[in-house]
Design a protein around this ligand. Structure first.
Ligand code: B16
Ligand code: MG
Length: 217
């Protein structure tokens, strides 16, 4: 049996949610309404297109297809400006500890993210070299909770889906991992992520003994 480990990006490896929030809030304000941090919770793990649909629902704004496409681009241009100066200091605590341990044990590692900006973000925070494959919003047609992103990651790692472990911070991501019949690890609020098989507040709570246990069981 060979295990594969799959990591979500936003909320697991780095906290890009705060930058997504700033860019969505700027667009909402331009369209004449407020967008709160609480509302931003609905956007975690959700594709850019779906986020804009939800945002327009919140603001009760009707859009033509042209406007919709323009706002998608505008949000991303602003988001890219916010993440421009990201560096290693933005890696969430103890993530490198787990990645190093997996590498030392020759365990294949994948990224499974909804973001179309995953590659440049991993480059900026200098973690790209850990990943044997990256599956992100550019490679899938169905968004989480559909398991496509994780099934494709398993395939590219050459590991059976039932032998994969997924770290996720979003409900839709945990559901996608469960639908793929993978071992789901919720990183964040255990009540919100109650469908995960294991729950941790963050990676400081995840010991190398637990990773070893996942590698063998
Ligand atoms: P982009 P993840 C997700 O990342 C974010 O959680 C979500 O808020 C965002 O809308 C989505 O990526 C798409 O991101 O606009 O960069 O393509 O958690 O799946 O790593
Ligand atoms: Mg996430």
């Amino acid at each position: 049996m060979k295990r594969g480990f799959i990591f979500d990006l936003d909320g697991v490896i780095v906290d890009t949610a705060k930058y997504h929030y700033l860019a969505w809030r700027k667009l909402a304000n331009e369209l004449g309404f407020e967008f709160t941090k609480e509302q931003n919770e609905l956007f975690k793990g959700v594709s850019r297109k779906r986020c804009l649909e939800i945002l327009l629902d919140i603001g009760k704004v009707e859009a033509t297809q042209d406007q919709f496409d323009t706002w998608m681009v505008e949000k991303n241009v602003d988001y890219l400006a916010y993440i421009k100066n990201m560096d290693e200091s933005e890696i969430l605590p103890d993530v490198p500890k787990v990645l190093d341990f997996l590498k030392e044990n020759n365990i294949p590692i994948a990224l499974g993210s909804a973001s179309k900006n995953a590659h440049p973000i991993l480059e900026k925070v200098n973690l790209l070299h850990y990943f044997d494959t990256i599956v992100d919003g550019n490679n899938v047609t169905k968004a989480k909770p559909d398991p496509e992103v994780f099934l494709l990651a398993a395939k590219q790692l050459g590991v059976s889906s039932i032998d994969c472990v997924v770290f996720e911070d979003a409900v839709a991501g945990v559901e996608a991992a469960n639908a793929a019949k993978m071992i789901s690890i919720g990183v964040g609020d255990e009540i919100v992520l109650s469908k995960a098989q294991f729950n941790f507040k963050d990676f400081t709570e995840i010991s190398t003994d637990f990773i070893k246990y996942l590698m063998k069981n």
